[in-house]
Design a protein around this ligand. Structure first.
Ligand code: FE2
Ligand code: FE2
Length: 364
């Protein structure tokens, strides 16, 4: 955010005042920046609760990206063609990348990746419940792309304007890739829907199973969502859960028609007055059960994640050892002075005698 000057003003004003007045001055600068739609950057002052809310949200998002690799990776070896296999591998790899951008964004808030992964592995932080459902057929890969990545885009496009700079910028790239994910899912379902009766049936069955969990991805209804109001005030969130869910339903209905598939909701109907589709009641009991850890695949997902982490220990150790070796090599040789490496003027000029060997060494 472009608040260097106000920060200095705030510092000057707070100088000599007591702690409370000091904090109030910084808070006023923060509030003004958020109100003016400026970005908050890692070195800017921010309220502790803003920081912890962002860490929780970004961590949950990062965890969802990497856990979300599992249900689809399940189908890589069984993809029906080389083309489909290549697309699916690229998509699953993208999700790993999304996790990396997001863990990096969380690190700018002072919380390390190790700590976040530890919280994921010990169940102290959550990931999106949608990934606790199984992928039973190849059509599930299409339904996940169309519906799950589609819901993610609806949720994430407004996050590109989130008040926290590193998160907002990570979301710009993520959304571009999610858009490819959504289209490959749609295209896969379209091919199945127009295929044999069995293939059409398989596509319909997958949509039937993924539709309701996708609607739950937007979180609890607004009147039960405990974090929403504060997140909206901080401009971390731009729209309520129910607004985004409605937007998603309105986007999906015509797409389902083009696919030649139906959405499994007898109450789904266009409401002329509201200018939106009405839809049936969501079974929040199921949502809460899955959230509590009683979904069909909770245990499997977290066990697999822990195993992958343990099996990757040698990679992390090797990378750390390599970085250490590089750092040691980069250290200046004994007797090195700034004068010899300043890069300006003539290297042969007025340097002290006896340094030619060191120069030769440095070039070697
Ligand atoms: Fe993703
Ligand atoms: Fe995705």
């Amino acid at each position: 955010m472009a608040t260097a000057a106000p920060h200095h003003t705030a510092r000057a004003q707070a100088d000599g005042q007591d702690e409370a007045a000091h904090a109030a001055a910084y808070e006023a600068v923060f509030d003004a920046a958020v109100a003016a739609d400026e970005r908050i950057e890692p070195r800017d002052w921010m309220p502790d609760a803003y920081r912890s809310t962002l860490v929780r949200q970004i961590a949950q998002h990062a965890h969802s990206e990497i856990i979300g690799m599992q249900p689809e990776a399940n189908w890589i070896t069984r993809a029906p063609s080389l083309r489909r296999k290549a697309i699916l591998m690229a998509k699953v790899q993208d999700e790993a990348g999304h996790g990396l951008y997001l863990y990096s964004a969380a690190e700018t808030l002072g919380t390390g990746r190790d700590e976040l992964l530890d919280k994921l592995h010990t169940g102290r932080q959550k990931y999106s419940s949608i990934f606790n459902y199984p992928t039973l057929t190849w059509a599930d890969v299409g339904a996940i792309g169309w519906l799950v990545d589609g819901a993610a885009i609806t949720n994430q496009v407004p996050l590109c304007r989130c008040s926290y700079g590193p998160y907002a910028r990570a979301m710009v790239r993520i959304c571009k890739e999610e858009s490819f994910h959504q289209r490959q899912g749609y295209e896969l379902l379209l091919a199945l829907s127009r295929g044999t009766p069995e293939q059409h049936e398989m596509a319909q069955d997958a949509v039937n199973r993924w539709w309701w969990p996708s609607l739950m991805m937007f979180g609890p209804p607004d009147d039960e969502s405990s974090h929403s109001a504060q997140s909206m005030a901080w401009k971390i969130k731009r729209h309520s859960n129910d607004e985004l869910r409605q937007r998603f339903v309105d986007i999906c209905v015509p797409q389902a028609e083009s696919l030649g598939l139906t959405l499994p909701d007898p109450d789904l109907v266009w409401n002329e007055e509201r200018g939106h589709h009405d839809f049936g009641a969501i079974d929040w009991t199921e949502f809460r059960e899955v959230l509590k850890g009683n979904g069909p695949c909770n245990e499997q997902r977290i066990t697999q994640r822990r195993r992958a982490h343990d099996e990757g220990a040698w990679v992390r150790e090797a990378a750390a050892a390599y970085a250490e070796k590089q750092a040691t090599r980069a250290e200046p040789p004994a007797g090195h002075t700034d004068q010899q490496s300043n890069g300006t003027g003539s290297p042969q000029g007025d340097e002290p005698a006896g340094t030619a060997d060191e120069h030769a060494e440095a070039r070697a």
